[in-house]
Every structure is written in C-alpha cells, then in structure tokens.
Design a protein around this ligand. Structure first.
Ligand code: FRU
Length: 449
C-alpha cells in the first residue's frame, strides 16, 4: 500500500548509489537470448526504434474497436542508422492480433515542435488522444541543435473501422515543460555528454488518483560542488528521473516537482522512465547504456529497475544492483530502449533490435565500420518481447515471444517448461539524498565518495 507521502516541492530524490551499481553483473536471470534477425522485416521501409503503446489513463493498453496502437520513432530506411536521431519522426502502427502490424503513417504533419521528435507516450482518454513527445532541436535554428523540451500534440482524431485505424490532425501543439535549472539541468549548465530533458511518460497512480508525467533529466551539479568527493569527471554523470504533477488530472497542465530518483556520480542517462504498478508496488524502469556509467563503474546497455511502496519512493534497486534485463556478452548492443507493460499476471518487456554481430567496447565504435556493415548489423525493427518474472524486489528473464509480439488482452502465453521460482534478492537499501550535504538542497549519491 502507498505510504501516502505526498510528492512535495521539498521531496528528496531516492538515489542510485555507486555501491549499488558496482554490483551490476550479467547472470542467467538477467540476460536475454541472442536475437536472430526476423525472417522478414515487417516495416522494411523505415528504421523503427523507441516504441510505446497507446494506453488509457489507468495504464491499460487501449483497444479501439479491436485494434491496438503502437507509436514508434522512425526514420526512412535509406538513412544511415547512426543518423536516424537527427530526422526522427513519430509513426503509428496498429494490429488486431498483436502480431501483424500495419503502418498508419506519420502522426504529425510537420506541425510538431522541434526540428525532430523524440520519445514519448500516448494517452487515449475517453476518445481524446494525447501524444506526448520530446521536441528535440530549436525550431528556428538553421543547424541541428540538441535543445529538448517536453511537448504534447492533442485534438487529433482517431477513427477505427474494420479496415484499420486512422489518426488525423489538425493538432494543437503545446510545450509542457522546460528545465528550470534548479531541479533539472539546462543545456547551458550541462558539462560532459549531451544533457537530457526528454521522454515524457504519462502515469496515473491508481492508489491515489494523482496524475504524473515522468521524464528523463539531469540533476544540476555546480562545478564547485563536493558531489562525488569533488571529482569533476564523476560529476558529469548526473542522470535523474524527473516528474511533474497535474493538479487536477488535466493532461495539458503540469507542475514540476523534484526528481523521483537521482544517479549523480553513477550514470548520465536514465532513459524512457516508466512505471508498472503491481501487487501494491511501484516498479520504476529506465534504459541505460554501457558508456553512460561514471568512471570506475561498469554497466551494460540494459533495462534497470527500482521498486518502492509509493510513487514518490524511496526506491530500492531491483535485484540489489538495479540490473533487470541485458544483452548477452556476445551481442552486448543487440537490443535497447526497453518498455515494460503488464499482461494478465505477467510483466512483458518490448524493445528494439539494435546492433547485432558487434561486441565492441562502445556503440560509438559502430561509426568506424564501413557503411555497408553499419547497415547490415543494424536491426531497426522491434525485437522479441521478453517475459519477465517479478516478485518483490527481484526479477528474472523467463523467456521471449517473437519480434513485434504484443499479446492481445486475455491471450494465453505458451507454458515455459524450464520455469523456476524467481530468486529472492536481498532487499537493497533504499534512501533519499536529504542526508547528503547538498549545497543546492537535494540530490546526489555520496555513500562511497
Ligand atoms: C533512447 C533515446 C531516447 C530518445 C531517443 C532519440 O533510445 O535516447 O531517450 O528520445 O532515443 O532517438
């Protein structure tokens, strides 16, 4: 049950500490099998990566006249895979059987904010559609820029018939949130790799009825700060999970609150944060990369997770370290951008097929390959859906479904012959950062600094 603590302006974020993250290790319960390329790429005219399901206000996957809808970041297949982020646009796909998907086309008609649109979430609320997204790049700039703002397109229509789903504008576009520089780092404050203020994710708390927008961001760490023992190299790694509250549940009105989780001195990017509510617990998931861990820590391209008894936290890393699902050693970059969702009494995790036949030290090395090899190794399509066992503070990869398989409501899944109980992880220490000597009021892990 929720402990009822409100998410106030003086909330202290939970921390993901270096001590916890130093326990990250591949093991049989967190590694997904090697992904074989699908026999046919179902959307071979486009690269498909970050993907989210159309859901209702309560988090259930929406079904409209028997159809379910996926939204994905996409780019023309001719684009070099590594350049796809520069031209990303949101497209939708629909399916009646959860396996055969149809391309509905691009959602916005060039009227969205930003030079390109990055990840988001989508809400179907009593017939009204809200597509939350990241407005990436400055609309007025001639060159490509990396500004990020959180936006929504609403007012479009959704029409479903026996032939499919049609999503049409005109849209009302609105910027919802920009970093404040106090709880959330601005582009100007950022040092080190690209700052983040993106990936809005709508969530209504069934226990309290409060409506939230989660997002990926960074915690400001001033150069004079003594965070991370004063080590400026570690201080550059300052990812956090941000949150805003809607005072009356209106998906267009948001007030920012301090982050739910901070990983200063640990990791720069806590990507695509989202929550699965289950058995009275809040499971907060993020994706992160091997190369975004702070110096002295080793992690993987993986899904990481945290659990708490209320949305506000304090969160404890799942399995002690936070590691939930990763790729095998032989294919460490084969999947990315995982998104967990409930199906019957299971938790399923969808992701995209990234780079196969590549086991370098960092994704950056992909650029050293020939153009032909970069293209051959890039999946650019949805990967197999992972079946995740979840119990208390522990998880276990139980098996996979096929590429693009998002089971329909009530669809029974194959029995798993080798199923074992989920191992019981020692309950990790949770904790907030209020005790830390933070010069600006909140926020960073200091346990081993
Ligand atoms: C994760 C991600 C998101 C972002 C998108 C841009 O795969 O970095 O955070 O919205 O890719 O392509």
């Amino acid at each position: 049950m929720s402990d009822g603590r409100p998410l106030g302006v003086d909330t202290c974020p939970a921390t993901w500490s270096r001590a916890q993250a130093s326990d990250i290790e591949r093991a049989v319960d967190n590694v997904m099998p090697v992904i074989d390329p699908p026999e046919t790429d179902r959307m071979d005219h486009v690269h498909v990566w970050d993907t989210w399901l159309l859901r209702d206000r309560h988090g259930a996957v929406a079904t409209i006249d028997g159809w379910r809808v996926l939204f994905s970041l996409t780019a023309p297949a001719e684009q070099m895979p590594g350049k796809r982020h520069d031209v990303a646009e949101i497209r939708y796909f629909y399916s009646a059987d959860g396996q055969t998907w149809h391309d509905g086309g691009v959602v916005f008609d060039g009227d969205a904010y930003g030079q390109r649109q990055w990840a988001g979430s989508a809400l179907y609320d009593d017939g009204d559609l809200y597509v939350f997204y990241t407005a990436a790049g400055d609309d007025d700039a001639a060159e490509l820029t990396y500004t990020q703002r959180i936006a929504v397109g609403h007012g479009g229509t959704v029409t479903a018939s026996a032939d499919g789903v049609d999503i049409e504008g005109p849209w009302h576009q609105r910027i919802l949130l920009e970093p404040d520089g106090d709880w959330y780092e601005t582009e100007a404050q950022s040092r080190g790799m690209i700052y983040t203020f993106r990936d809005p994710w709508f969530f209504e708390d069934t226990e309290t009825g409060t409506t939230y927008l989660l997002f990926e961001a960074n915690t400001p760490v001033p150069p004079e700060s003594d965070a991370c023992g004063g080590d400026p190299a570690q201080q550059e790694f300052n990812g956090c999970v941000g949150v805003a509250v809607s005072p009356d549940g209106d998906p267009l009105e948001w007030e920012m609150r301090p982050p739910l989780l901070a990983s200063v001195c640990v990791n720069q990017e806590l990507e695509r944060p989202h929550v699965v509510y289950r058995d009275g617990r809040y499971y907060l998931f993020v994706s992160s990369h091997m190369h975004t861990f702070a110096p002295g820590l080793e992690g993987y391209d993986a899904l990481y997770g945290f659990v708490a008894e209320s949305l506000r936290g304090d969160y404890r890393p799942l399995n002690g370290s936070g590691l939930v699902v990763t790729n095998p050693t032989s294919a460490p970059f084969q999947a990315y951008s995982w998104m967990a969702f409930p199906h019957e009494d299971e938790v399923l995790v969808q992701s995209f097929f990234n780079y196969r036949d590549f086991a370098g030290d960092s994704l950056d090395e992909i650029a050293d390959l020939s153009v032909a090899e970069q293209r051959r190794r890039f999946g650019g399509t949805l990967g197999p859906t992972v079946r995740l066992g979840v119990a208390g503070d522990s998880t276990r990869v139980r098996g996979t479904l096929s590429h693009w398989h998002i089971p329909t409501p009530g669809e029974g899944l194959p029995a798993i012959s080798s199923d074992r109980p989920i191992p019981e992880a020692a309950v990790a220490d949770g904790g907030d950062s209020c005790g830390s000597p933070a010069p600006f009021g909140y926020g960073y892990a200091t346990d081993d600094s």
